[in-house]
Design a protein around this ligand. Structure first.
Ligand SMILES: Cc1ncc(COP(=O)(O)O)c(C=O)c1O
Length: 387
């Protein structure tokens, strides 16, 4: 059988290849310290699981409306108003199988052949391939540590062409942990509104911000910003629900309708009982989220302190998400080579920055217990000293 050009152009996920090597080593009994995971190591809070179990027991096991159950869309609408100061009616919200699915639907609904989509790098691994699947072209804008891995309005303006259709912004960012300030976002939005460029705002890490940093939703900045923005969010990171596959997008009515059509013909509704779990997550006790955030914060401080003492590597203290991006360029290895050698020689798994469009870096997650973090960093430090 022949593979379509569309499928053949996709780049296999570097994230998954390191992960599967690390898993194979673990299966052989090797003591691997894993800094590769992109998901919380916490269990889903009990009251959320109970809601899904009760839904199953009550026979809530059938198709639901394609874009999600009305009470969940309503709860999301209320959450967006209360937490993000953006007004979306339930009809402007589509619940999908994860924020990943929501991003892809949104790109498919708005971008096509001939369009360019601006993506600041380092970026979340899937954006460029989603854009290519939609037939459009990713335009990568490199950033640097000097600006805390953030794209300036000027960088954005320089990357724009008459074909620019969309900007994808992810704040707090995976893999950099950077969070855009209100002023930085406003400057970018001013450029976008001048040229009517859409903004896909991936806010999946919004609840994981540290110190006195505030998450700002782009759509809350102005009426012009609202009209051009598709807001994506989900349950995976905030509520430790990665396996439930539940996320959503909120957008102007026409985009929500188009996304609903795409979803109705491809996957239809996200799992019925996951939706009941999502409803409990939004309506129920938020303390588990606060506790998880505190634990991440403690690990972030520890990890950053250790990393900043290792010679010849550099890092910016992350303000959000659960990753630290380490610049290894002074060590003279490609990120893939570094990650491969670190895994085989020191039994430590990290993700090579090449996966995120920046070969100078590797990503370490702090989604593992502090004892493993300590042991893994001892090994990481010894390994760096041998280079
Ligand atoms: C920036 C970003 N967006 C979206 C997602 C996808 O999340 P979900 O599990 O809701 O599909 C991830 C997951 O790693 C992510 O890091």
């Amino acid at each position: 059988m022949e593979i379509s050009e569309r499928a053949a152009q996709l780049t296999p996920s570097l994230t998954l290849s390191i992960d599967s090597k690390a898993k194979a080593m673990k299966a052989e009994g090797i003591d691997v310290c894993g800094f590769g995971a992109g998901e919380p190591d916490f269990d889903t809070p009990e009251h959320i699981k109970t809601a899904a179990i009760e839904a199953l027991q009550a026979g809530f096991t059938k198709y639901t409306p394609s874009s999600g159950i009305p009470e969940l869309r309503q709860a999301i609408s209320e959450k967006l108003q209360a937490d993000n100061q953006v007004t979306y009616r339930a009809s402007q919200i589509v619940v999908s199988n994860g924020a990943k699915h929501a991003c892809y639907n949104a790109i498919l609904a708005t971008c096509q052949a001939g369009d360019e989509v601006v993506i600041p790098a380092p970026y979340w691994v899937s954006y460029p391939d989603m854009v290519r699947l939609a037939g459009a072209e990713p335009v990568i804008v490199p950033t640097s540590e000097r600006n805390a891995w953030k794209m300036s309005a000027e960088d954005f303006e320089n990357a724009m062409t008459p074909r620019t259709k969309m900007l994808i912004l992810n704040s707090p960012c995976n893999p950099t942990g950077s969070v855009y300030t209100r002023e930085e976002m406003q400057a970018i939005v001013d450029v976008a509104t001048e040229e009517d460029i859409y903004i896909l705002s991936d806010e999946i890490y919004e609840k994981l911000v540290y110190d006195d940093v505030k998450h700002v939703s782009i759509a809350s900045l102005s009426k012009e910003a609202y009209d051009l923005t598709i807001t994506v969010n989900g349950f995976s990171k905030s509520y430790a629900m990665t396996g439930w596959r539940l996320g959503y997008m909120a957008a102007p009515e026409a985009v929500a309708k188009a996304v609903d059509s795409i979803q109705s013909h491809t996957t239809a509704n996200p799992s019925s009982f996951s939706q009941r779990g999502g409803l409990a997550a939004l309506k129920g006790d938020q303390q588990p989220l606060v506790d998880m955030r505190e634990e991440f914060d403690m690990r972030r401080n520890y990890m950053f302190d250790r990393i900043s003492k290792i010679p010849n590597i550099t890092a910016i203290k992350p303000q959000g998400a659960f990753y630290i991006l380490v610049n290894i360029s002074q060590l003279g290895l490609s990120s893939q080579n570094f990650a491969d050698r670190l895994l085989s020689k020191a039994n430590v798994a990290v993700i090579p920055g090449a996966a995120f469009g920046d070969d100078r870096t590797v990503r370490l997650s702090y989604t593992t217990g502090i004892d493993i973090i300590k042991k893994g960093l001892d090994r990481f430090q010894d390994f760096c000293r041998t280079l």
